[in-house]
Design a protein around this ligand. Sequence first.
Ligand SMILES: NC(=O)c1ccc[n+]([C@@H]2O[C@H](COP(=O)([O-])OP(=O)(O)OC[C@H]3O[C@@H](n4cnc5c(N)ncnc54)[C@H](OP(=O)(O)O)[C@@H]3O)[C@@H](O)[C@H]2O)c1
Length: 321
Amino acid sequence: MSLPRWAIVGTGGISRTVVGDLHLAENVELVAVASRTAEAAEQFATAHEVPRWHGSYEALFADEDVDVVYIGTPIGTHLEVASAALLAGKHVLLEKAFATTADEARELAALAAERGRFLMEAMWMRFNPTIRRLLDEVRGGAIGEVRTVQASFGFPPPPDAIHWRRDLGGGALLDMGVYPLTFAQLLLGEPSSIEATGELREDGLDLTASVHLRYGDGRFASLLTSLRGFISPAGSVGGTDGLISVGPLFLAAESFTVVRPPSGEPRTVAESREGRGYVPMFRAVGQAVADGLLEHPDRPLRDTIAVLEVVDEVRRQLSSS
Ligand SMILES: NC(=O)c1ccc[n+]([C@@H]2O[C@H](COP(=O)([O-])OP(=O)(O)OC[C@H]3O[C@@H](n4cnc5c(N)ncnc54)[C@H](OP(=O)(O)O)[C@@H]3O)[C@@H](O)[C@H]2O)c1
């Protein structure tokens, strides 16, 4: 069977970061790129050895020789751009954060199901081999029962970055907070209660958030995000029998350490990274599409929607405090 043919939508920062990894995934055939301008599309295609380019997203979606689109546009455009792709019959891998609200995410999920097309949030952390190993170790009882998760991610983006644009789906929670929230979800599931504090800009854009999630029986996650300054991008998972520390950047980790008393000797587990770290996700999506799946079992849409429900509630609490 021939490989699914892929195209990139948008020629900004993330598309430049991941294009090499699309070339590296052996089951992906990257055939085209689209930009809102012909000039940027041609430039990107030339610079990154993409065979064809389109000067509008519509033109790409009308290209019958494209099966899967990777969408790397601002979060506030995801609903419109991904809907257009699905309506044109494309399978879609959509950058995080998947949408600006859980309602938008549900709308996209319903459309993909109705059109019979694959749809997934590009939550590359879930496919990182080190994170996979961590989940395996935890499930295998390496630290006993999981009691706590701590994770944080934040940095001050440049003044012209989309993070600051409320109309484009900016804010700390959607752009950065989804990683700590997803990490907690992978380890503890869905919270039974949510408490948040933080700072909103005058127009309502969330600048910082400190989120405390409870899971019953005293288990909890403590998560931080910020656009105002740097926060340690580390994560940890505490259990009844030991502790796992993952960093320095937990979401793109290449190793973690397990400490288990009484010896207390740290055991380091490491997995090598392919390319910039996105290859395993592209490979997994390529396989899922080739297999005729509409969702990937490791990042089902219900999990993406559940994280956005937490984001919705955190923003509600920040705006009402
Ligand atoms: N997975 C990761 O590691 C990672 C890292 C960074 C960002 N992201 C995610 O990737 C997405 C894009 O972020 P980015 O940092 O790549 O942003 P960016 O550098 O600003 O690029 C976004 C691109 O989207 C296109 N676009 C479409 N409509 C637009 C609009 N109304 N305004 C501005 N640009 C528009 C533009 O491409 P054309 O002009 O070519 O159409 C633009 O270059 C976001 O969802 C972000 O959260 C993921």
